[in-house]
Design a protein around this ligand. Structure first.
Ligand SMILES: [Zn+2]
Length: 447
């Protein structure tokens, strides 16, 4: 790098979160990549220059590895255009799409091709895909891996949609062994069907009844089984959307003995609690459920202790009607919280209250998920990475107004909430995310 080079873009920031900590930097971007990161004041030349305001921090674009887009097939729930616009508005520059709730589900190479064909012209941010492991598709896993999916999702209990069956223990072990033979990861919705079956099932609008129907023990039982299966097969496993903090000691012990296990949790488990879910407020319904305040406190401790690796949204929308707003019946309502646009502000608002630094939040939501899925070019303000950037005002505040959400069905438990932290601008490979979809489809291992 010579100081006479002119970059396509130079970003000047008195505060930037780099892998080496917070720095005052100039970032030189050429052809969509970060070509240089130098101290502020160096005076890099750029065809365009973006100078951050005093109250702004430059962040690496967030990577959300848990998003349900649902297109095609249930596009009225969510589509690629709306989901990726919501992502960009929330500072998210890469999403990895879950294999279910679209029709077809991403359980074969042919089905993956259908999803890609729908995504390719509509993506405002970069999009990758998970494959699905369902009963009977073991032979499809290797071809899907070769086609570039980032790993495979399975359920251990009913998924909620008939076309995406759950794996029994023997099938889980067969598929884990298969994935291990080519180095792929299994990501797991861990709730135990037997425990759920034995739990009291009382429908209606009372949140406590819904919570009792999805007890913490369902998670801990399923996670114990997963740990055992991962230990026996040597597989690489990832626990999706951990809600139950009681499972953390068991996770710690498994990791200590060398089981290859990572864990995620979600903004709603870190910011909402069961005592404050109004009766009939089905926007709060998700599985596993939002639990008590004490559990939330212990999830934060799990993050601090490094036992939970990443925070991703599990953006899982449905139509407003499927949330059963008239009856408020938690048993009937579709489960899922859609928060792609709000995830950073929700987590940062709570982190700030708890004295957790912004750098930790950004690591859990950017570098962490990028590393989880092996996207070496994402998740950092560093030379050689894609210039995926977010301009964030960490002390600015806003009130959540559902009419300003970009996702297709703006049902949200955060409606009316005061949040701290505003995403002012998002850049994808050095270009502001604008009116034209400029996202690309990502493949595993591509760099
Ligand atoms: Zn999910």
């Amino acid at each position: 790098m010579t100081d006479t080079a002119t970059h396509d873009l130079v970003v000047r920031a008195a505060r930037a979160l780099t892998p080496d900590g917070e720095r005052a930097v100039e970032v030189g971007v050429t052809a969509g990549r970060i070509e240089t990161v130098v101290p502020l004041g160096t005076g890099l030349a750029g065809s365009e220059v973006l100078e951050l305001a005093e109250d702004e921090v430059l962040l690496p674009g967030l990577v959300d590895s848990h998003v349900h887009v649902n297109e095609p097939g249930r596009t009225e729930w969510e589509g690629f255009a709306t989901a990726t616009r919501a992502a960009a508005a929330g500072g998210v520059t890469t999403i990895v799409d879950m294999p279910l709730n679209s029709l077809p589900p991403t359980t074969s190479v042919a089905n993956l091709a259908v999803k890609k064909q729908r995504a390719v012209d509509q993506a405002f941010v970069d999009v990758g895909f998970w494959g699905g492991a369902v009963p009977g598709n073991t032979a499809d896993l290797r071809p899907l891996h070769d086609a570039g999916v980032f790993g495979f999702k399975c359920f251990l209990a009913d998924s909620g949609v008939p076309e995406f069956g759950h794996l029994e223990d023997a099938e889980l072990r067969t598929d884990l062994a298969e994935l291990t033979s080519f180095g792929a990861m299994m990501i797991v919705h861990a709730e135990d069907p037997g425990t759920l079956e034995d739990a009291p099932q009382e429908p209606g609008p009372t949140y406590k009844h819904f919570l009792a129907s999805r007890p913490a023990k369902a998670e801990s039982t399923a996670i114990a089984g997963l740990i055992d299966a991962a230990r026996v097969t040597g597989a690489r496993a990832h626990v999706l959307h951990l809600s139950d903090a009681d499972s953390l000691p068991m996770i710690a012990a498994a990791r200590a003995e060398g089981v290859r296990l990572t864990v995620e949790t979600c903004p709603h488990y870190l910011s909402l609690d069961a005592d404050h879910v109004p009766d009939g407020a089905t926007a709060y319904k998700c599985c596993p459920p939002i639990r008590e305040q004490d559990n939330q406190d212990r999830l934060w401790q799990g993050l601090r202790d490094g036992l939970i690796d990443v925070v991703v949204t599990d953006h899982s929308p449905a139509t407003a009607a499927l949330k059963e707003p008239a009856s408020g019946d938690f048993a009937e309502a579709w489960g899922g919280v859609a928060s792609l646009q709000l995830g950073l502000a929700v987590v940062w608002t709570e982190a700030r209250r708890r004295g957790v630094p912004l750098a930790d939040v950004v690591r859990w939501m950017s570098a962490g998920p990028a590393a989880l899925v092996g996207l070496e070019r994402k998740g950092g303000i560093a030379v050689g990475k894609d210039a995926d950037l977010a301009v964030f005002a960490p002390e600015a505040t806003f009130v959540v107004d559902p009419t300003r959400l970009h996702h297709k069905n703006p049902v949200t438990p955060y409606s009316g909430r005061d949040l701290t932290g505003v995403v002012r601008r998002t850049l994808l490979r050095g270009r502001p995310v604008g009116d034209e979809p400029a996202g690309t489809l990502l493949r595993r291992g591509e760099s």
